[in-house]
Write a protein that binds this ligand. Sequence first.
Ligand SMILES: Nc1ncnc2c1ncn2[C@@H]1O[C@H](COP(=O)(O)OP(=O)(O)OP(=O)(O)O)[C@@H](O)[C@H]1O
Ligand SMILES: [Mg+2]
Length: 759
Amino acid sequence: MILRKELPQEIKRFFEEIGVQEEELLLTTDSDLDLEGNYSTQWLVLSSTRLMNIGLKGALVWIVKEFNLNELTSVRVDRRVGNASLEVEKKGQFYEVIRFSTALIGKFEGFSTEITAVLKGRDLILTTEQQGEKEHKQKRHLKQRLSWASPKSTRKNRLLPRIFQLLKPYHGTGVLLVFLLLTGAALDLASPQFFKVLVDNFIETVALPAWFLAFALWFKQNSNIQYLLLLVLALGLLQLLRKIIRLIHNGLITKVASQIAFNLRNRLFKKLQELSFSFYEHHQVEQLMVKITQDVEELRGLILQATHNVINILLLIGAGILLSALELHLAVYALLPALFVIGLTLVYWNYEPPSYRSYWHKKAKLNEVLSTLLSRLRISKTFGQESRETENFKYYNDHPRQSMSKRGRVSGAFHPIISCLFGLGSLIVLYCGGQNVLRSELTLGTLIAFFSYLKMFYGALSQLTNINQWFISFTSTVQRIFQILDSEPKIKKSPQAVDFEFTGAISFEELTFGYDPNFPVIKDLNLTIEPGELVGIVGPSGCGKSTMISLLCRFYDPDRGRIMIDHVDLREINPACLRQQIGLVLQEPYLFRGSITENIAFGRPDISFEEIMAAAKAAHAHDFIINLPDGYDTILGERGSGLSRGEQQRIAIARAFLGNPKILILEEATSSVDPESEKAILEALEVLTKGRTTIIITHRLSTLSHADRIIVVNDGTIRETGSHQELLSLNGLYRRLLETQLPYLRNQQVTTSSTRRAN
Ligand SMILES: Nc1ncnc2c1ncn2[C@@H]1O[C@H](COP(=O)(O)OP(=O)(O)OP(=O)(O)O)[C@@H](O)[C@H]1O
Ligand SMILES: [Mg+2]
C-alpha cells in the first residue's frame, strides 16, 4: 500500500494557496467515486490535524469535506452493494468522508487502520522534515506490520537455555576449554610470585619462602645459584606453558565457533527452504540470506570474544584476591579508583545501549538498502536514475556515520578518563608502597608482585567495561537467528502425507481463499477436471486465475473448502510428490545462471544427456541450441539472458518435458513472444500436453481453440463454462472478452501477413 500517493499539480497548487504544507501530510490517496456514487476522482488527505476529502474536476479543486482530528473518535469502512465509504465518528455520530468502489475496499481498510493509529496518538509516521526520513519510517512501519515473527517471540530470558542448547553438542570440548581457561589464569597469576622470590631473595636477601624451598627440594636443588637457575627456568616454563595453553585454547574455540556457525547456516538455509510463499512475498530472500550469513559470522566472532571475557573475569577475581593477600592496605588504595571506574562504567552503560543499538540498526539498514539498490541496478540504469540512487545511498550511508561519530565522542572521553583513574591508582600505590618499602614494612619483591597483579586487575577491568557491547551484540544476533529458526512454515507437511502416482483428476470444492483472509480472492469456487482433459481458464486481469494455480501447487492453503487430486485432499499429499507431478510453464521462464543443460535438468542430477537432448527436441529447442557457439554448454546469464524470450520459453518447456508431470499448467506461456515464436512454442506444447491433465491460463483467447473446455472466471468465481462455440453462443463475458481482443487479433494478422510479404 502506498501511503502517500503523489498529489496532482492542481491540488498541490490549491494547498499552497490555502497554506497547507505538503510535507505535513501523512496520508494521501484517491478514490474513484464522489459522494453521490458517480465516477469521479476525489482525494483523501490526512494531515496531523485534519482529515479532508478534496474534489478535483479539471483544474477545479475544492474541499468536499473536512474534519478536525481532535473531534474524531473512530474511523470505519462501511460497505454497501457495489461501493463503500470511509466514515468517521464525531460526537457519537458517523459521517461519510469519501466513497469508493468495492475494488478499493482493501486500500481504504488499510487507511482506516492508519488513521485510527493517528487518532490514538500513536507515532504513525512522518511530521519530520526530510522526505527520505518519511519514506524510511513508512517502510519501517509497514515492515513491522508484515513481520513474520513477533520480535517478542524470542525473549531474552529464554535465550540462555537456548544458547546452552546450541553449545550442548560440544560439552566435551567445553569441559576441556574450562580446564584450559582455569589453568591459563592460574599460570598468569603464578608468575608474579616467582618474581617476588627472585627480587626478595637475590636483591633484598630475604629468606626464601617455605613453598619455594619445598619446590627446590623436590628438584634436589640446594645452593643459591641452583635456586636462581630454578627460578629462571620455572619462569620460562610458566611462560611457555601459558603460550601452549593459549594455542590449544584458541584452536579449540575457533573450531567450536566455526562448527556452530556452520551448523547454524545449514539450519537457517533449510528453514528458508521450508518456509511458505507468503514468507517470501514479505521478505527478500537473497537479502535475508546475506543478513543471515553476516549474523552467523558475527556470532562466530562473538563466541571467540566470550572466552576473552571469561579470562578477564577470572583474572579480575584472582588478581583481586592476591592483591588483598599481599598487602591489604595497599589493595584498598588500589581498589578506590576501581570503584570510581565501576560507577562511571555503569553510567556509561546506561547511555551506551541506546546509542550502540541505534548504530547497530543503522548499520543493518545500510546493508539492506545496499542490497536493494544493487538488485535494481539494471532498472535504475534503464530509467537513468543513477544519480538519484547514489543520493539514496548517500542518505542511508550517512546514518551509521553520524551515529558512530556521536558514539565516538562519548567513548573517546570515557576511555581516557578510565586510564587516568587507573594511572592515579598506580601512583597512589607507588607512593604508599614506596614509603612502606623505605620503612622496611614491605619487601621490594612484594611491591613488584603487587604492581604485576594491579596491572592484571586494571587491565581486566578496563576490558570488561566493554562487556555490555558484547552482550548487546551477542543477544541481538542470537535473537535474530532464533527468530528465523522459530518461524513456522504456514504450509505444513501432514504426518500422514501420502505419496502416489497421479492419474490427474482435479477438483476444487467450495474453495475460498484470500491473501488477506478478510478479502477473499477466490470465492466458493467449484470445478472438476477429468484426467487428461485440457482446460483453459480465462478472465479479466485480477480475477484470481494465478491464485487458483498457486493453490493447486499448494503454495498457499485455502481458507475454506479443499482441492483434491485423485480424490485425495492436497493437504494429505506429500508436498514433494505433488510438486514432482505438477509441471509449470509460466510467463517468466525462471532460468538461472548456468549452462543450458543445467537449466533443462534443473534439480535432477540423475538425468542423462540423451534424455536432456530428447526433451529439447520435443520442445522444439534442439535446433536453435545446436546453432549456438557452445551448443548445450552455452552459459546463460542471469534469468536466461543471452536467449530470446521465445527460446527461453522453449528451454522451460524442455524442463517440463523432463519432469514428465501428470498435471501440466501453462500460464501465459506464449505471451510476450512474436507470432513466429508463438507458433514454435505452441507446436512444442501440443506434444507436451498429450496424455496429461492440462490447465492453460491465457489472455489470448485465440490460443484456446483446441481446449476441451474453457472456464471463465470473474471476481474469484466461475461465471461461464463450455467449449469455445458454446461460450460464444452464450453471449456473455467470454464473448465480451473475445470482442475486446478482436481488433488486436486482426492487427496481428495484418502484421504477420505483411511480415511474410516483406520476406
Ligand atoms: N501475493 C499476493 N498478495 C496479496 N494479494 C495478491 C497477491 N497476488 C495476487 N493478489 C491479488 O489477488 C487478486 C487475484 O490475483 P491473481 O494474480 O490471481 O489474478 P489473475 O487473474 O492471475 O490476473 P492476471 O490475469 O493479471 O494475471 C488480485 O486482486 C491481486 O491484487
Ligand atoms: Mg495471473
